[in-house]
Design a protein around this ligand. Structure first.
Ligand code: ATP
Ligand code: MG
Ligand code: MG
Length: 548
């Protein structure tokens, strides 16, 4: 394994291999298909698939599809697409916990026969209340000592669909006084008359997470079952079940710290509510921390992998600065993205001494650090657009861009000087009258005269109209409140620019490659684009302007 990516879990794996505990390392990524994957899942994916890759083992993709009321085929499909997009491959190792329902059921009957499980008629609320607290032991259920035959009969009738939802549960018979609340007779099965995306209406009872998870690991021969810290207290139950059941292997559970990010909430409940409540345009809204959102925003998978590598794997929870993710995105895109010019908020410029009707072509470099990226031609004529922010009628001292009487360079083209300002009835500047110096073609003056600003521009006639979507953090609070997240939503998370201008090839190309619009940031074509109206998303700005 690479030293760079070393962490305590990889150390355990290495030690187990050295001690010849396992011939082959088998890990798994076990999403519940009740939502889209997010960047936190990417950490788990990177860890599980990464370990399999580095140690020559295998990583299973297993759907933990044990709760049909919240699970959908759309989520199963999106999860597979997103794992692939991240660059990982489960080969033939695609599994579903629901494929084990029959075996899990048989094993549950075995627990009943061994006196290790019972059917409890108490309500969910009664069970919760009799669980006790950290300082107080729980109370035994009045049904705890039901005879085995009665338990078997009731459990079979639960399976046959005889009882309504919530009427009964199957509980493990462990210890209501245990110091670990998870061992106080945890629920193994609940009645749920629900259609399952894979098993249809076959089952009226479904296994709990705790019951299904470890046994699925054991059936699949998982050697290292890696999960997040909140399952640390479930480990004794994981072990108990493996000990009591005739499982074909005995996996071990290891816990690591989940990813938390500033300005971000990574809870499926919150993400689901953001979508359902219409706070975002869907699971793949570019403001979402989902893999689908990052993808649509133009974030390259290599940047996500780099981020996962940099944050590492630790045993203590912490919050990672979202700036770290942004840094990784810029690192990757700075290398890969070709440069183009785009004017986001256009202001018309008329070059008065440029012949009417004349058009020339200016050569522009596609990537400053990569000569192989070549050049392209941009039309230059009498009417142009510049960025509205690049002009000030009454500039302060340090403003070097365009202002009345001031000379600047238009990137790759000429020096121009602002001669006059045209305003509309409301007093807003709508056009600049300028002159150019024909001797400065290419951007230098033969007399050695200097200008202090170089600005991007586009030709008025040959550029294309586009909609640009600028994204800011979805939450304005660095530490958003998950319980009350709507109050922390950033009202400026999406800024729409409807009359931006693009180079024509950018506008018409169907490429999903990210481009750098010079001086503006990185942008990618959005799926909402139409033939005559391209839409571009800002993946990220050039510099960190937020959260400073
Ligand atoms: P829920 O919100 O329903 O608890 P979840 O986010 O835990 O869902 P799962 O589908 O159960 O989603 O997660 C699949 C795997 O991803 C689990 O092993 C889980 O521990 C891991 N995972 C989930 N969130 C994070 C996170 N923020 N950081 C690291 N790993 C995570
Ligand atoms: Mg879960
Ligand atoms: Mg979870």
């Amino acid at each position: 394994a690479a030293e760079a990516g070393r962490d305590f879990i990889r150390d355990i794996v290495q030690a187990d291999l050295d001690a010849k505990k396992h011939k082959l390392i088998v890990t798994r990524f076990p999403p519940e298909p009740n939502g889209y994957l997010h960047i936190g899942h990417a950490k788990s994916i990177g860890l599980n698939f990464g370990i399999a890759q580095e140690f020559g083992g295998r990583c299973h993709l297993r759907f933990d599809d044990t709760n049909p009321t919240r699970e959908e085929q759309e989520f199963i499909d999106s999860i597979q697409a997103d794992v692939k997009w991240l660059g990982y491959d489960w080969g033939n190792d695609l599994f579903f916990a629901s494929d084990y329902f029959e075996r899990l059921y048989e094993w549950a009957e075995g627990l009943i026969r061994a006196g290790l499980a019972y059917v409890d008629d108490q309500s969910q609320e009664e069970i919760r209340l009799s669980r006790g607290t950290l300082t107080e032991p729980g109370k035994n259920s009045p049904f705890r000592d039901r005879p085995v035959e009665e338990n078997l009969d009731l459990f079979r009738r639960m399976k046959a669909g005889e009882f309504p939802n919530g009427a009964r549960v199957l509980r493990a018979r462990i210890d209501m006084a245990s110091g670990n609340i998870n061992l106080r007779d945890p629920v193994l099965y609940r009645i749920l008359h629900a259609h399952h995306p894979r098993t249809g209406d076959k089952w009226s009872i479904y296994p709990s997470y705790d019951y299904a998870h470890g046994q699925s690991d054991a059936i699949e021969g998982i050697t290292h079952s890696i999960c997040t810290l909140e399952f640390e207290d479930h480990r004794p139950l994981y072990e108990w079940l493996l000990d009591k059941l005739p499982v074909p292997s005995h996996p071990h559970q290891y816990e690591f710290a989940r990813l938390n990010l500033t300005y971000t909430l990574l809870s499926k409940r919150v993400l689901t509510e953001l979508v359902r409540g219409g706070h975002v345009a869907g699971w793949d809204d570019p403001r979402m921390p989902t893999i689908a959102g990052l993808k649509r925003r133009g974030v390259p998978p290599a940047a996500v992998r780099e981020f996962i590598k940099r944050i590492g794997v630790a045993k203590a929870n912490s919050v990672v600065d979202v700036g770290m993710l942004e840094f990784c995105i810029r690192e990757v895109l700075n290398q890969s993205a070709q440069r183009r010019m785009a004017v986001l908020r256009p202001l018309k410029v008329v070059i008065e001494n440029y012949p009417e009707g004349q058009v020339e072509e200016i050569e522009a470099v596609n990537h400053p650090d990569d000569p192989n990226a070549g050049t392209r031609r941009v039309a230059f004529g009498r009417e142009l657009y510049i960025e509205r922010d690049d002009f000030m009628e009454n500039p302060p001292k340090k403003f070097f861009r365009l202002s009345p009487g001031n000379e600047v360079r238009l990137r790759y083209a000429y020096f121009i000087t602002c001669r006059d300002v045209v305003k509309n009835a409301a007093g807003e500047v709508v056009e600049l009258r300028c002159t150019y110096d024909p001797a400065t073609r290419g951007g230098n003056a033969p007399d050695g005269r200097k200008v202090k600003a170089t600005m991007h521009w586009l030709p008025a006639a040959q550029s294309r109209l586009a909609e640009i979507r600028l994204y800011n953090p979805l939450f304005s609070n660095p530490n958003p409140d998950a319980a009350n997240f709507t109050t922390d939503l950033n009202p400026q998370s999406l800024e729409l620019l409807k009359d931006a201008r693009l180079e024509p090839e950018v506008a018409t190309s169907n490429s999903t490659d990210v481009v750098q619009f010079e001086r503006q940031g990185y942008f990618v074509r959005d799926k909402d684009s139409t033939a005559d109206r391209p839409v571009f998303n800002r993946t990220i700005g050039l510099r960190d302007t937020f959260a400073k």
